[in-house]
Structures are given as C-alpha cells and as structure tokens.
Design a protein. Structure first.
Length: 125
C-alpha cells in the first residue's frame, strides 16, 4: 500500500512460513469497508521417504478412493468416515431411527391383520 502515510493495523489469520518470501499480494475491500490481504507464497516441500514392501526393495503403493459417504476408502477395504458428515447427520439419523421403531410396533395390531375381520368377510362360511 504505497500511498499509506501511517502503518496499517493488521490481524494475521496465520503466520507466514519461516524463510519464505511472498510472491503475490491481493488487497480486497468488502461492503463494510474492511480490507483483506491474500498472500501467495511459493514453498518448497521436501519429498517423503519411499516406503518398501517388507522383505523386498519394491516400493509400497496403495489405491485411494475419495468419496462423499466415506472420506477415504483404501484398496484393502479400510474406510475412513467423513467426520463432518457424521456429526451433521447423527441427530437426524437418531430421530429417523426412533420414528421407524415406533411405526413398526403398530403394524401388527391393524384391523386388516386381525383374524376376526378376515373370518367375517369370507363368503364361503
């Protein structure tokens, strides 16, 4: 901000990576007159070490399927559930299960299911 005569009061949401220099800065203003600065930093990340299959020099690999119902499913069938979806729908699922349980109890006592009504309707007697 080249035209500023006084320093800006800045509240950082998180610290910049140590030793990295910003590549691009974007300044935006919302309708309330607040300014926001987005900082793009190019960071060099070291590669992870290669993991080998036990007893061999063959690199170990795993297939990963990213989904909605389960966050991640590995090729061996291991599932990692989505924590936000579980939390969001836990109460709804409990309520629906309670409703289903109470609906199932009254089905056996309906008028169509009683033996007396069926006997009275039969024309062969």
């Amino acid at each position: 901000m080249a035209k500023q005569s006084v320093p800006l009061e800045i509240r950082w949401s998180r610290a910049l990576p140590a030793g990295e220099v910003p590549v691009r800065l974007s300044v935006t203003r919302d309708r309330a007159g607040r300014y926001f600065v987005s900082v793009l930093v190019e960071e060099r990340i070291a590669a992870l070490p290669v993991v080998f299959v036990p007893g061999t020099r063959e690199p170990k690999a795993v297939g990963v399927d990213v989904g909605l119902a389960s966050l991640v499913i590995l090729d061996d069938g291991t599932k990692f559930d989505h924590p936000r979806l579980l939390k969001r729908y836990a109460e709804k699922l409990a309520r629906l299960q309670r409703e289903l349980h109470t609906e199932g109890a009254g089905v056996e006592e309906s008028a169509e299911g009683s033996g007396e009504d069926r006997a009275a309707v039969r024309p062969d007697q």
